[in-house]
Design a protein around this ligand. Structure first.
Ligand code: 5RP
Length: 236
C-alpha cells in the first residue's frame, strides 16, 4: 500500500529534527538540498530565534541558499570556512553500509564537495530510502556531465552495463541545467553490489564532473518514520 503523503512528510521532519539536535552554538554547517533538508533548515531557523544560536551555513545549491535566507540563517562559503563542523543532507537511497545515491535534486556535485570538506556528514531521509543494495527499485545514479561530453558519457556508461537517460526539465524544454551549468544523466545500473568499484570506473570517464554515488561518506543516517526515528551509524 502506498504511504500517505502526510506520513512521509512527518517521517522526513522527524529525521530532520533528530539531526538538528547535533547542531551546537558556533557551528559552521553544510546545508544539503531537497525536501527533507527543508525541515532541517526550518528547525535551525527556529533554534536561531529561540536560543540565539550562532551558526552559519555553506549552502550546497541555490535551493539551499534560498532555504537559508527564508529561515534567517546566515550563509558563508568554503573559502571562509573550509572545514564545516557538520553537514546535514538528504539522500535518494541508502544501503546497509550507509553508501548513498544522491542527486535526484540535481545538486550532487556541490553536495559532495561540501560533505567531503566537513568533519561529519549526517543524512536524513524517510524510511522508504533504505535498501539492501543501491540500485534497487530501478533507482538510477545521477551523473553530472559537461554538456560537451554528454554523448561520450552515454556511450561509456552503456559499455559499463548502464542504461543512461538525459534528464529533461520540468517547467523548461530540453535538458536540466545544473547550478554549475552542466547536464545530468541518470544511469540505471541495476543492483550495485560494489559501489566503490563503480565509482572508480565512472571517474575515469572524461567529462564526468561528479557522480551521485557517495561511498563511505555518511557517518550517521537518521531514517524517519511517522512515529519514530531509526539511527544508523557507519562501521569504521
Ligand atoms: C539533491 C539530493 C537530495 O538530498 C535528495 O534528492 C533527497 O531529496 P528529498 O529529501 O527531497 O527526498 O541529493 O541533489
Amino acid at each position: 500500500m502506498k504511504p500517505k503523503s502526510e506520513e512521509v512528510e512527518k517521517a522526513k521532519r522527524n529525521a530532520a529534527l533528530e539531526a538538528v539536535k547535533h547542531v551546537k552554538d558556533g557551528f559552521i554547517l553544510g546545508l544539503g538540498s531537497g525536501s527533507t533538508v527543508a525541515y532541517a533548515a526550518e528547525e535551525i531557523g527556529r533554534r536561531i530565534r529561540a536560543e540565539n544560536l550562532q551558526v552559519k551555513v555553506v549552502p550546497t545549491s541555490y535551493q539551499a541558499f534560498m532555504l537559508a535566507v527564508k529561515n534567517g540563517i546566515p550563509t558563508t562559503t568554503l573559502e571562509e570556512h573550509p572545514t564545516p563542523d557538520l553537514t546535514i543532507d538528504g539522500a535518494d537511497q541508502i544501503d546497509e553500509n550507509l553508501n548513498l545515491i544522491k542527486g535526484m535534486g540535481g545538486a550532487l556535485t556541490r553536495e559532495k564537495i561540501v560533505a567531503a570538506a566537513s568533519k561529519t556528514l549526517i543524512i536524513i531521509a524517510d524510511w522508504r530510502k533504505k535498501a539492501k543494495f543501491l540500485g534497487e527499485n530501478s533507482q538510477s545514479v545521477p551523473i553530472e556531465v559537461l554538456p560537451f561530453a554528454a554523448s561520450l558519457v552515454n556511450r561509456k556508461v552503456t559499455m559499463l552495463g548502464g542504461k543512461p537517460t538525459l534528464r529533461e526539465g520540468a517547467g523548461k524544454v530540453g535538458p536540466v541545467v545544473t547550478d554549475n551549468g552542466n547536464f545530468i544523466i541518470d544511469v540505471d545500473f541495476g543492483l550495485i553490489e560494489n559501489p566503490a568499484e563503480l565509482e572508480k570506473m565512472l571517474k575515469t570517464i572524461p567529462g564526468i564532473v561528479e557522480t551521485g554515488l557517495f561511498v563511505n561518506m555518511a557517518d550517521t543516517v537518521y531514517l524517519g518514520r511517522p512515529d519514530k526515528v531509526e539511527k544508523l551509524e557507519r562501521k569504521k
